[in-house]
Design a protein around this ligand. Structure first.
Ligand code: ADP
Ligand code: TRP
Length: 320
């Protein structure tokens, strides 16, 4: 089974990205042939500062390697190092109905946020389809917000195969339902566009201070509390074992337990999980040639795959 996912380098990665996409995608590397890439052409639809795009792209590479992506198992690459993907985008756009793209929530949401409606923003799902189809992926692990894009990819693949012959594998999305939405500091979905994130590799002191600022209700200290409606508990649960979560939930329900104590438990759980990853990341950051070599080797493997697919697609439409 071939598994592929990608992430845009459009800001510092946070716990929502980690539990919603990175961790499940990294774990899937043991279940099949995994491909993971940094979608820098996608990021260009919203990032207009070249220096920022460069830094964010590099940071995403370091973050994934520090979080356990094993380049021996996972083909890890930058989207822009595989030009076959952008060439395939054109061939796919031939069979993509405008209406299919007009219905995409992500496009409509971005317009609503005031992002200008460029042709690239509109075509974003076709580029995403090319990422997925170029590598003949079976499974695409993404957060729930990306499910529609995988469905669009399926529609495009089926349409192309019907019109020109069987060229593409039709993929399935894989959604981590148990951590479907990680809440941010304010209880909304954690997202860099809401300024409510807990960064994976931010300054440790600042991270702790942010955890202490998570919004909670005003139940008095003595009163019993409901862990299931608390943002702090929702985040703690992601780090804890079942027994640890149950133990903290019991303290909530017993009363005489302040949210500050829960926040400290969360800050410690975060530190226990991320301190070793932070050290690993610093080691990698000190060896840029090694990281670049990993990305180049990944690109070579992805290119071989994408070339085969592109050649088949070109033959199918009558170009080659
Ligand atoms: P952001 O909302 O910060 O811009 P992206 O849209 O770039 O994040 O998301 C990258 C990946 O991380 C996607 O697969 C997305 O589904 C997942 N993701 C982002 N935020 C969350 C969250 N709060 N909970 C679960 N998954 C998330
Ligand atoms: N659009 C995805 C996001 O914003 C990133 C992405 C680009 C992707 N190409 C992909 C995800 C292919 C999975 C497969 O999160």
């Amino acid at each position: 089974m071939r598994i592929l996912s990608g992430i845009q380098p459009s800001g510092k990665l946070h716990l929502g990205n980690y539990f919603g996409m990175m961790k499940p995608a990294i774990e899937l590397q043991t279940r099949g042939e995994a491909f993971l890439f940094i979608a820098n052409y996608h990021a260009l639809t919203t990032v207009s500062d070249p220096a920022r795009l460069r830094t964010d792209t590099w940071d995403v590479a370091l973050d994934f390697l520090a979080c356990g992506l094993d380049p021996e198992r996972t083909v890890f690459f930058r989207q822009s190092d595989v030009p076959e993907i952008t060439e395939l985008t054109w061939l796919l756009s031939i069979v993509t109905p405008m209406g299919l793209l007009e219905r995409c929530h992500s496009y409509k949401d971005k317009l609503a946020k005031g992002i200008p409606a460029s042709a690239a923003l509109f075509n974003y799902p076709v580029l995403m389809a090319a990422d997925i189809l170029a590598c003949q992926s079976h499974l695409v692990p993404v957060g729930r917000d990306q499910k529609q894009h995988v469905e669009v990819t399926r529609d495009i693949a089926i349409k192309f195969n019907n019109q020109f012959g069987e060229v593409f594998t039709v993929p399935e999305p894989s959604i981590q339902e148990s951590v479907a939405v990680v809440p941010g500091l304010d209880g909304q979905k954690m997202s860099k566009s809401y300024g409510n994130t807990i960064e994976l590799f931010g300054d440790p002191k600042e991270t702790r201070a942010r955890i202490m600022r998570i919004v909670t209700d005003s139940t008095p200290l003595e009163a019993p509390k409901n862990p299931d409606t608390c943002n702090v508990f929702a985040l703690y649960k992601l780090f804890a074992t079942g027994d640890e979560a149950e133990a903290l939930a019991a303290r909530y329900r017993a009363g005489n337990f302040g949210y500050g104590t829960a926040k400290k438990a969360l800050a410690e759980a975060f530190e226990t999980a991320f301190a070793p990853l932070r050290r690993k990341r610093a080691e990698l950051a000190a060896q840029p040639e090694r990281v670049e070599a990993i990305l180049q080797a990944g690109a070579a493997r992805a290119r071989a795959e994408a070339r085969r697919t592109l050649d088949a697609a070109r033959r199918a439409v009558g170009i080659a």
